[in-house]
Design a protein around this ligand. Structure first.
Ligand code: AMP
Length: 289
């Protein structure tokens, strides 16, 4: 497995691979891998000859009071997992290599980023869009794979790619969950055992919303209110948002239909912020709950 740190070395390596006619798949990550990340690497292998994983905890997508310092990291373990997945190359830059002195450019997707996570994390998606644009320019992938766990993120990236005519195809991977329903997340490692039961309020809230929809409830405010009450019935929970949105526009809906998605963000004990989402009427390929 090739390990590259410098953007220009990565560009050079990828250019040589391209000359052999190989297609390139990129999986951008912040590391501390779990099965969700691995599922995206396997998906990338189905769509491209060579898979490049980027591993970079991007400081510009964290707000000043967020968990950049506490974000879990274990490079040695991650490298072992990448080798096991037969990833061809890993790009591991430092913040200084990505944002050298004098750096001053930002990519901002306007409207989609004002909803959901963008409300409480006003600069988060500008950080994401900028780093992803840089990664696309450095790795020049044919295909890039993102998880639907971060549903707003993949929607913003699809918009970015369309708006800027970036020559890359975006593929989404379904949410991978623990056996008990908790969506896998690197941040789950920061959950204390006492708080883990409260973290399940998100996935069980999603199941509850689906149950209401299945029974015929279509009033979005009523479904959201029931899910909110459910989440708040667990100790240590504080709601950032419980929103019923249109899957394409991310706009809130009043009447739920086949395109309606529940999107959730919940703080657990004020320390760990978790997100989850899903269609109210999922088809079997939409995930495992
Ligand atoms: P992260 O390292 O958390 O920035 O995530 C890297 C990629 O993995 C993003 O595209 C995420 O959406 C995706 N991802 C994170 N958790 C999951 C999960 N449980 N299932 C599927 N994809 C995930």
């Amino acid at each position: 497995m090739e390990i590259l740190h410098e953007p220009k070395d990565m560009q050079q390596w990828v250019r040589a691979q391209r000359r052999t006619g190989a297609t390139i798949g990129l999986v951008p990550t912040m590391g501390y891998f779990h099965d969700g990340h691995l599922s995206l690497m396997r998906l990338a292998q189905q769509h491209a000859d060579i898979v490049v994983v980027s591993l970079f905890v991007n400081p510009t997508q964290f707000g000043p009071s967020e968990d950049l310092d506490r974000y879990p990291r274990d490079l040695e373990r991650d490298m072992l997992m990448l080798r096991r997945e037969q990833v061809t190359a890993v790009f591991v830059p430092t913040p200084e290599l990505m944002y050298p002195p004098g750096f001053q450019t930002e990519v901002r997707v306007q409207h989609l980023t004002t909803h959901l996570c963008g409300r409480t994390r006003p600069n988060h998606f500008a950080g994401v869009a900028t780093v992803v644009t840089k990664l696309f320019n450095i790795v020049q992938p044919d295909v890039a794979v993102f998880g639907e766990k971060d549903y707003q993120q993949i929607t913003v990236i699809r918009r970015l790619v369309a708006d800027l005519n970036l020559p890359v195809r975006i593929v989404g991977g379904p949410i991978v969950r623990e056996d008990d329903g908790l969506a896998m997340s690197s941040r789950n490692a920061n959950l204390e055992p006492l708080h883990r039961a409260s973290a399940l309020s998100l996935s069980s809230g999603l199941s509850l919303a689906r149950e209401l929809y299945r029974k015929g409830e279509r009033d979005a405010a009523s479904i959201a209110a029931t899910v909110q009450r459910h989440i708040l019935s667990f100790p240590f929970t504080a709601i950032d948002y419980v929103s019923l949105i249109d899957s394409r526009s991310l706009e809130p809906v009043q009447q739920a239909d086949a395109h309606t998605r529940l999107a959730l963000a919940v703080h657990i004990d004020g320390k760990v912020r978790l997100i989850d989402n899903g269609l109210l009427s999922p088809s079997p390929q939409d995930g495992n709950i």
